[in-house]
Design a protein around this ligand. Structure first.
Ligand code: MEV
Length: 315
């Protein structure tokens, strides 16, 4: 038996980092996916074939000994084998359309698709159970995750997410054009989140003020989304970027790219953990051609992304 599932990548429109401290964030899933195919094997092994190569472990491997790139996937396989008292092993193949380590949710998307694919070998799990399993898996490499990324990769569309309250789908269909540009610098989400924690501990009052500003900005962003007001959304993005700069997750290279992108679009910001990774820009249909022509002249890879409204697809 083969069990297949795929999950989309994601962008954070507004609210990364602050979401770890209880502020709402607005996220969307995008039209590049990770597909995971798994099968049971008689051999007591966990075999993982991904862009990080072919790895094979005994099915009672100590998860701590596994390299971070595939640790969550091995965790999922081992947990599932134990849960269902499976006497054999599991073989997992991961195919990705997403660049990894650049803020587009490659880790969360692979956790969600793998959780669905691997547990689908034994039962028909609910989306909620898949999400919980995926978050547990991601915590093996990123203990402080807010859970926002796995949530949008599971449910798709545009969501509002708050750590203690969970998610709400936003019933909006904005007609902005979204351009994603990859600064080509890989980052570690865990490292960036720890860096923000240090910033917060050394600058408690400043962080509190920014947290308040971000809370208000998210409400403005929701209103702009409801009004389908792309130009205002662009302004809100630039404002959000300035808060991210203040907490130290941007850098000169990102700022140069964002400044250039801002001169061509309604607005831009980094997306995800920062310290590198991707930026997102908002424009409209009429200007898209001019925008992409000017992005073409940079040395960076970019693409016009479409929003995904499917989320996790099983089978
Ligand atoms: C990373 O994509 C988003 C962060 O807000 C961390 C998190 O929410 O878990 C930086």
């Amino acid at each position: 038996m083969i069990s297949e599932a795929s999950a989309p990548g994601k962008i954070i429109l507004f609210g990364e980092h602050f979401v770890v401290y209880g502020v709402k964030a607005i996220l969307a899933s995008v039209d590049k996916r990770i597909t995971v195919t798994s099968r049971k094997t008689n051999e007591k092994k966990i075999m993982i074939d991904s862009l990080f190569g072919n790895q094979s472990y005994s099915s009672d491997v100590d998860i701590k000994s596994i390299k971070p790139e595939i640790k969550p996937i091995a965790y999922l396989a081992k947990t599932t084998i134990n849960k269902f008292d499976w006497t054999g092993g599991i073989q997992i193949k991961i195919d990705s359309q997403l660049p990894s380590g650049v803020g587009l949710g490659s880790s969360s998307s692979s956790c969600v698709a793998s959780a669905a694919s691997v547990s689908g070998l034994f039962e028909e799990p609910s989306k909620e159970n898949i999400l919980n399993l995926a978050i547990d898996a991601e915590r093996t490499i990123f203990p402080q995750t807010s859970g926002a990324d796995c949530t949008v990769c599971t449910y798709g569309g545009i969501i509002e997410y708050q750590k203690e309250k969970g998610y709400k789908k936003l019933d909006v269909k904005p007609d902005f054009e979204l351009v994603i540009l990859n600064s080509d610098t890989i980052h570690s989400t865990d490292k960036m989140v720890n860096q923000v924690r240090e910033f917060k501990n050394t600058n408690p009052e400043m962080f509190l003020k920014l947290r308040e500003k971000e809370t208000n900005l998210i409400e403005e962003a929701k209103q702009a989304l409801r009004n389908n007001d792309s130009s205002n959304l662009g302004r809100i993005m630039r404002e959000n970027q300035s808060y991210l700069e203040e907490i130290g997750v941007s850098n000169q290279n990102l700022q140069n790219i964002i400044e250039f992108a801002n001169s061509k679009t309604f607005g831009s910001k980094l997306t995800g953990a920062g310290g590198g990774g991707c930026i997102i820009s908002i424009t409209n249909k009429n200007d898209l051609k001019t925008v992409t022509e000017s992005f073409e002249r940079t040395k960076y890879k970019y693409w016009t992304a479409k929003l995904d409204f499917d989320g996790l697809i099983v089978g």
